[in-house]
Every structure is written in C-alpha cells, then in structure tokens.
Design a protein around this ligand. Structure first.
Ligand SMILES: CC(C)(COP(=O)(O)OP(=O)(O)OC[C@H]1O[C@@H](n2cnc3c(N)ncnc32)[C@H](O)[C@@H]1OP(=O)(O)O)[C@@H](O)C(=O)NCCC(=O)NCCS
Length: 157
C-alpha cells in the first residue's frame, strides 16, 4: 500500500465496514512502516479490492485491519490475504499474532478459526454498534512460534 492507493482503499474501507478508518489512520500506518498490503482488481489492476495492515511489537504482531470489498467477498481473497499476512509475521522474530473482532462478525471469526486463531478474552462494549449502542469484541490469538525449550509465550491481550 502506498499513499496513491488511498482513494481506492478508502472506497473499500467504507463499503466493507460500518465504522471504517479515517484516511489519516492509513497514512499513519504507512509512515510507521507497518505491513500495509493491498490486493489489486485482477483484470485492470486500476484499483484495489482488499487491504490488510499488520503492526509489529517486540514479540507479537497485531492484525489491525483486513477488509475485502463486498462485491468481491466470498471468493477466497480474504483467506489469501490473511495467509499472506501470517507469512509476513513468520519472517519476523515474533511468537503470537493477535486481532480483535466483533462478536457478531461470524464470517471473519470462521475465517480466523479455520487458520488456527483461538479466543483469548472478551472486551466488553469494545465496539460501537450500528444500531444498539455498544458491542463486545473477542481477542483472538495465533501462536506462530514456540521457543526451542518448548515454552509457549504468555498470551495476554
Ligand atoms: C472477513 C472478510 C475479510 C473475509 O474475506 P472474504 O474474501 O469474504 O473471505 P473468503 O472468501 O476468503 O472466505 C474465507 C472464509 O470466510 C468464511 N466465509 C466466507 N463467506 C462466508 C459467508 N457468506 N458466510 C459465512 N462464512 C463465510 C468461510 O469460513 C470461508 O472459508 P472457506 O474459504 O473455507 O469457504 C470479509 O468478509 C470482509 O472484508 N468483511 C468486512 C470487514 C471485516 O469484517 N473485517 C474483519 C474485521 S476483524
């Protein structure tokens, strides 16, 4: 993802999410050199149809955003992009990938669980809900590295 992608990224962001990110948040992610990836429309490559952002900490990564344009959902793009982000995680010395997801987002939860993510905790009223005030979120985690001595990293949200 580069700044010139952002018109098309914002288009996807607001079609895919009820409370999408502001443009400046994407600019900040690019400037901070997070892993910021887009999927181009396959035929013309004139605009993007999906994006994902991964932030790295000392020993963990956080999937901050993954969004596929509604017209392209259900075609395997989300799975491909998530697998790519996990591959990027494995190129760094980190142990765990975390993410937050709305409890009502069954499609995303199914995708994450199919790739091995497990529920770690619940964040009460973490999200603004389109109609009902607030909504809980799950913290999911995927352990991608186990230390040679067999210890596992301590999971914490
Ligand atoms: C969640 C999201 C990224 C998935 O992307 P996608 O391209 O639609 O997903 P895929 O086509 O790769 O499908 C991946 C899995 O999602 C699940 N899934 C896809 N379509 C589904 C549907 N209609 N109903 C239930 N589960 C579905 C399935 O588990 C599917 O697994 P499969 O590959 O074995 O069929 C996409 O729906 C999206 O952008 N949603 C809005 C933004 C969002 O919620 N982001 C996540 C925030 S935590």
């Amino acid at each position: 993802m580069v700044v010139t992608d952002l018109d098309s990224v914002m288009h996807v962001e607001h079609r895919a999410n009820t409370h999408g990110w502001r443009r400046q948040t994407f600019v900040d992610c690019i400037e901070r050199q997070h892993e910021c990836w887009v999927v181009d429309e396959p035929f013309t490559q004139a605009y993007t149809v999906a994006h994902a952002i991964l932030e790295f900490g000392v020993d963990h990564a956080e999937l901050m955003n993954i969004s596929v344009d509604p017209s392209q959902q259900g075609r395997g793009i989300g799975r491909m992009l998530l697998e790519h982000m996990l591959h990027r995680s494995r190129t760094r010395p980190i142990e765990t990938v975390f993410l937050d997801v709305r409890v009502s987002n069954h499609r995303a939860i199914k995708l994450y669980e199919s790739l091995g993510f497990q529920q770690l905790s619940v964040r009460k009223d973490y999200y603004q809900h389109e109609k009902h005030g607030r909504e809980d979120g799950y913290v999911l985690a995927l352990q991608i590295y186990t230390r040679p001595n067999g210890e596992t990293a301590e999971l914490s949200s």
